[in-house]
Design a protein around this ligand. Structure first.
Ligand SMILES: Cc1ncc(COP(=O)(O)O)c(C=O)c1O
Length: 372
């Protein structure tokens, strides 16, 4: 059994073979343009609003870099993957670690407000475990304090709020398509925004900031005589990644999304009545396609449970070690008691489209036997 897994078959293999043998071009070309169009069609937005890059971390870095200056600050929940923090600090911007709301596990705005300074220019929310929580409150908060919003939607591809897909609403939204995400392109990510200024910056920045080179790549051209006005990066997506991503997207609604949702529902049904197990709260108008399956173990026995599950061949994870505890981000100088308490309780259970319902039943039976 695997905690998470890339689920691919001959269709992705054939798409890669087509690019390798027929296209003769493995860099960023027509296939990437088509993947951007496919994503745009899926989200029902213009394709010019989608910018594919080679990882979710790159997407976040370019997003931060496009709107903030070195030395400025961005509010971010400490309970997130290291990528969110590294993307911020890579741009010379200061991540201000905030608490999470204990129920939703998203950024706690009541805590965040106390951390605003004259240097705070943006807020990065993280759709933890695919939950785009409190989006209305988040955008009101951002408006009130004059902040830009970057949504770290690495977990939230295919999720919706009020029947609108994440990425079709919002300021700047970043997805990850790494190997184990809701869809994968091998490695990859995308920045989605309707802000034309941000779009023009990130389209250039992903290709070493060569002015207006991006669109030419889609028709097999490139700039030979060019100018550069800012720091850029080699973050463009390759045709190989895009070919995998396009097939994955074509399978998403019929195959991956229903299976992930059904497995999560089963976990919920079988564990929710256990008084020592707590799930994150999800608003009624939010539709989740879960990327990971974290539970909170409330009796202080998380490590015991992890040990026993692993002894029984069931791999588990801990998402995540809070970033404010890492030496590079303060080494715990800031105290975030809710985040630290939640961290001590979190345990991620296996979830990917190839897990079977009987495997979920077995896992839950074991948990219910161990936690009573
Ligand atoms: C919350 C979060 N943010 C950002 C990322 C970065 O994505 P990638 O692995 O594609 O760089 C991840 C991926 O694991 C993530 O879980």
């Amino acid at each position: 059994m695997r905690l998470s897994k890339s689920v691919l078959n001959h269709l992705e293999a054939e798409a890669v073979t087509r690019v390798l043998l027929e296209d003769g071009y493995l860099g960023m070309g027509a296939e990437v343009g088509k993947f951007e169009e496919d994503i745009a069609n899926y989200l029902k937005i213009p394709s010019s609003n989608v910018v594919c890059v080679n990882s979710g971390t790159a997407a976040l870095h370019l997003a931060v870099d496009s709107i903030l200056k070195p030395g400025e600050e961005i509010l971010v929940p400490s309970l997130t993957f290291l990528s969110s923090f590294q993307a911020i600090s890579a741009a010379g911007v200061v991540p201000i670690s905030c608490e999470v709301n204990e129920e939703t596990l998203s950024i706690d705005l009541k805590d965040a407000v106390n951390r605003i300074s004259s240097k705070t220019k943006a807020i990065m929310c993280v759709h933890y475990a695919s939950n785009p929580a409190c989006l209305i409150e988040l955008y009101s908060f951002a408006n009130l304090h004059g902040l830009r919003v970057i949504e770290d939607a690495a977990h939230a591809f295919g999720c919706s709020k009020d029947q609108k897909k994440i990425g079709s609403i919002g300021d700047i939204v970043c997805f990850s398509f790494d190997g184990i995400k809701n869809i994968t392109s091998g490695e990859g990510g995308a920045i989605i925004t309707s802000d034309t200024n941000v779009l023009s910056i990130v389209k250039d920045s992903r290709l070493l900031a060569i002015e207006k080179d991006s669109d030419k790549r889609y028709v097999g051209q490139r700039s030979w005589d060019f100018d550069v006005y800012r720091q850029g990066y080699r973050y463009h997506m390759s045709n190989i990644f895009a070919a995998i991503g396009r097939v994955q997207l074509s399978k998403f609604e019929l195959e991956f999304a229903p299976k992930r949702k059904a497995l999560a529902k089963k976990y919920f049904e079988l564990l929710n009545s256990n008084k020592y197990v707590k799930f994150q709260t999800v608003e009624n108008d939010v539709d989740i396609v879960p990327h990971i399956m974290p539970i909170r173990v409330l009796n202080g026995e998380r490590d015991f449970l992890k040990f026993e599950l692993e002894k029984a061949g069931i791999p588990t994870g801990i998402h995540y070690k809070p970033n404010h505890l890492l030496s590079y981000y303060g080494g715990g100088k800031t105290s975030l008691p809710v985040t630290e308490m939640v961290y001590s309780q979190l345990l991620t259970l296996p979830l990917h489209p190839e897990i079977t319902f009987s495997e979920v039943e077995k896992i839950c039976e074991l948990i219910n036997n161990l936690l009573h």
